[in-house]
Design a protein. Sequence first.
Length: 368
Amino acid sequence: MKSTFAKVAIGFVIGATTVGGVPTAGINWGKSVTSACVDNKTGLLYASTGTCAKNRSAVSLGGTPGTINGIVNQVFPTLVTIKSTTPNGSGTGSGSIFKTDSNSSWIVTNNHVIDGATSKTVELDNGEEVNATLVGKDSNYDLAVIKIDKGNQPVISFGDSNAIQIGDPVIAFGSPLGLDHTVTSGIVSSLNRPVTTGLNGASDSYVNAIQTDAAINPGNSGGPLTDSQGRLIGINSAIATLGSSFGGQSGSIGLGFSIPINEAKRIIDEILQNGKATRPILGVYFDQAFTGKGAKISGLTNGEAASAAGIAVGSVITSIDGKKITDFVSAIVRIRSHAPGDRITLTVTLPTGGNKSYSLTLGSATTN
């Protein structure tokens, strides 16, 4: 039986397993196949009709994705529409119920969904509307937690964003353009994509994003991106749009970005415990006008990690923990993918020429 499973696994890895006599590749979003028959000689896999022929052995495929409809039925009860009112008007976003007790429930969303709101209303899956209060937010990671005084609600399951791979199927949920309970599907297009959102200078959010081609539009913000098991792997946060030279299209062009849940977990936990979160700091200022490759250091904060390590002003960071740094945005994103107190290795090009690596411990700062 051990060798049989090995053959099945290899078949899935190369994407050419035979199911029902027809070669297939990738994930089947249709009818879920949870058992099959493997040919004892060839190792080919066939869909099971209940019993296997004499020359085939029954195997369990376990963990195969369910149908989109099944995942929708699983996630919808945990999905909410958030209506925020600000002095400048009103807006709509999305969120996920991730914690509940007998009296209250907690919802994770984007900071930009509720930022500046004088009132917040949450619409539940059954259409009921309840007022929400802010537990805490972090503009640097574009995350917020709000609370409603309604307990015993369904909660979304957390997945593992470190386990996903490019090409994996994903589903995006939310209320794009106010159309609540909208579902779109796609794949993971890229990982660790440096993305910045917002136009407020130092308060910009820098996201180490999951890129997906699942359609995401205004109103999807804060909603869940799930894997093929309906588990939360990302929080939809941003989209790329075409500029005016391309006609100014502002909707989805197949470039959506989500905050990985593994990075969001630390922020969520700190907000629940303290009402605010911390971020890791290197203690440098970057030259944002620098056009070369890497992130050029234009200043240092005395007593912080970079200064204590002896890194010189004018040095250009070219990699962090072996990952290439292309500009200051990718440097900030890579640093913020860590937690305060983590040790990292920087490789820099020195102002005097040559390269040098530094091992240092990241400091901590609290988001206002």
